[in-house]
Write a protein that binds this ligand. Structure first.
Ligand SMILES: Cc1cc2nc3c(=O)[nH]c(=O)nc-3n(C[C@H](O)[C@H](O)[C@H](O)COP(=O)(O)O)c2cc1C
Length: 245
């Protein structure tokens, strides 16, 4: 294929890192490349916080799980959806921003996700590895407090990055034929396809060296989707200026 596709197909989350720091220049190179992600209406509605302070890292690691790799990784970034800049832009033009629309929330969240995935890919292309950290949404208010995140901005997820000190197996993805549909949404054969994907995942979980277990995809999803998921998020988002009109 080509090198980009090879790097993309080698992605696996990395949670153990060498002690080697990621140089400042490299961080800037990665993030400047990441910023070239497409962005809805050119809004660029995100901010990225590089959390260097060890005490803040330790507190985030604790509230996110605990997830010790947040403390141990050389680089920990928090990706925020950010509409504060747009409020400022409106003010600079003598206008008043109309706030609180669900669409604005979607735009800012998608923008943060696009720049984050570009960051992951740029980092991986340079020999680094990493893992997203949705666990920061366990206590988003505390994360906002620790990082001085103001209204109209919210932390979507974190990302640990660094030089890998582990080499985990690739996690098999859903077969393309399940997710790719032509002209219309169809799922008539999905149950059969999911059963064979379950077998692929079962083999993966049985064989992998780290944390090997008996599991498959539908079982994992049924555990995940049959419980409450961070029910505080709605009130939190409303309090930060995202009331979802
Ligand atoms: C938005 C998002 C949040 C995630 N949050 C966490 C997390 O808090 N902790 C963690 O260890 N992995 C986290 N992950 C990593 C996923 O578990 C991982 O990407 C998925 O299981 C697929 O495995 P792979 O990345 O190794 O292919 C997150 C991934 C995404 C995209």
């Amino acid at each position: 294929m080509n090198q980009v596709i090879e790097v993309m197909k080698q992605h696996r989350s990395i949670r153990k890192f060498e002690e080697k720091p990621v140089e400042e220049n490299l961080i800037r190179t990665i993030l400047e490349a990441a910023q070239h992600a497409s962005t809805s209406n050119f809004v660029q509605a995100y901010s990225v916080i590089n959390v260097v302070d060890t005490s803040k890292r330790a507190q985030i690691a604790e509230l996110a799980g605990p997830q010790p790799w947040i403390e141990q990784c050389p680089l920990f970034l928090v990706f925020c959806a950010d509409l504060k800049r747009h409020d400022k832009a409106c003010g600079m033009c003598g206008m008043e921003m109309v706030k609180g629309y669900t669409e604005q929330f979607i735009i800012a969240t998608v923008d943060a996700a696009l720049v984050a995935q570009n960051t992951m890919l740029a980092a991986e292309s340079l020999g680094l590895g990493g893992v997203y950290i949705g666990g920061i949404r366990n206590d988003p208010e505390k994360v906002c407090h620790l990082l001085d995140i103001p209204d109209l901005v919210y932390p979507v997820f974190g990302m640990c990055l660094g030089y890998p000190a582990e080499d985990p197996q690739l996690k098999p993805r859903l077969p393309l034929d399940i997710v790719l549909k032509v002209d219309r949404y169809t799922d008539a054969t999905e149950q059969v396809q999911l059963s064979s994907y379950d077998q692929v995942c079962c083999d993966y979980y049985n064989q992998r060296e780290c944390a090997n277990r008996d599991d498959n995809w539908t079982q994992q999803m049924s555990r995940l989707m049959c419980r409450e998921m961070r029910p505080h998020m709605r009130a939190f988002l409303e309090s930060k200026g995202f009331p979802m009109k």
